[in-house]
Design a binder for this molecule. Sequence first.
Ligand code: NHW
Ligand code: EN5
Length: 388
Amino acid sequence: RHKFWETQPVGQFRDTADTSLPDGPIEPPTPLSEVRADPYPLPAAFEWLTCDLDDDALLADLYSLLAHNYVEDDENMFRFNYSPAFLRWALKPPSFFRAWHIGVRAKESKKLVAFISGVPARIRARDDIVRMAEINFLCVHKKLRSKRLAPVLIREVTRRVHQENIWQAAYTAGVVLPTPITTCRYWHRSLNPKKLIDVGFSRLGPRMTMSRTVRLYKMPDAPLTPGFRRMELRDVAAVTRLLRAYLARFVVAPDFDEVDVEHWLLPQEDVVDSYLVESPETHEVTDFCSFYTLPSSVLNNANYATLKAAYSYYNVSTKTPLQQLMNDALIVAKQKNYDVFNALDVMENESFLKELKFGPGDGQLHYYLYNYRIRNGIKPSELGLVLL
Ligand code: NHW
Ligand code: EN5
């Protein structure tokens, strides 16, 4: 069934009944001297390229590869359109490794035809904090599909991660592979329902008119919670404290320090937005919410080329009820002209999705760990990790 994945240290479907296998690494590290020293061979027409994302021309090539060949929905109506600024942010966190930004190009034309990336992260599974690679942006050009290039890319990124003495990884995919630790559902909150209907992202509900639909999703002009404001550099320490305390509740979650929070959560225009509630009385930071910006290209529509989507990222409520906090996040997203606000059913998100008029999407997101077993998996609500 899975000629490649059967050979990898991941939970195998056939082991799911075996309750004697313990949580933790599936296989031990090998001595670094035994890690293969040279890159895996590629078909003769292609060569490896370690990507320098500070090079604007290379970044433009990566942007274009993904804009034309990355993930689509099941009916091929939309394709993710990560911006160049987003890619730089996603791929250059603190202590990133340039060797983990791996391109494949045609030797003759020098055209970039495939890509895979990793970034380092500390991820806690139960009480075990593990150095991992977060693997993302695996992409093979449409014209080179089904030629078993993906396993070569995956083996090569694995080799380069091993060279840094890191032996575990985390990744997500819309497809089922051996074996998800959990399966999440996407939920969508319309902000611009007329456009969403026009492009086929959503449909007019039964017995609904356009004007009733527009009224249903209407938002106030400004956030409602007193003390709600954008996060600033001076807030990093307070946000880190809030977030660390909150993420401690989940079975699998990142172990963020202040350096991580500054990178992953300090606002960057059209990349990541973060807001917090500062108590007007005590000036204490009590609540926090964030979303990242990931537009999708609208394929084959005469009126629109892109959908502007916000994706719920990390949210923490201690004083403001989570539903009220997320309502303010929806209000600022609407003000900033987003068409839709998306969220997974991770962490405590179930508690506000229905009430805030999110509807279930047709897409799922499966979460995976490489070389780390979590017996019986976990529930989406036990997951405190959002990958981009
Ligand atoms: S998920 C998004 C992945 N990208 C896309 O969907 C973009 C559009 N599609 C493509 O570009 C987020 C191609 O279809 C791809 C497959 C490249 C997906 N993950 O080359 P072949 C991520 O980036 C397996 C893992 O012929 P192809 C996460 C498939 O099951 N494996 O297929 C990435 C089969 O193996 P099997 C996937 O269509 C995580 C083999 O690839 C997969 O031309 C990577 C077929 O290869 C997927 N999304 O190219 C793993 N899709 O055993 C990281 C297919 O079943 C692991 N396959 O025969 C950790 C590594 C680091 C470890 C460190 C210790
Ligand atoms: C990991 N970094 O399928 C990335 N998106 O629901 C890889 N559906 O947008 C993994 N099909 O339901 C990616 N509208 C996996 C996801 C791939 C993209 C994907 C889904 C998620 C999606 C939309 C459009 C469907 C178009 C036809 C959808 C319904 C919205 C509606 C709004 C009003 C209330 C009810 C729901």
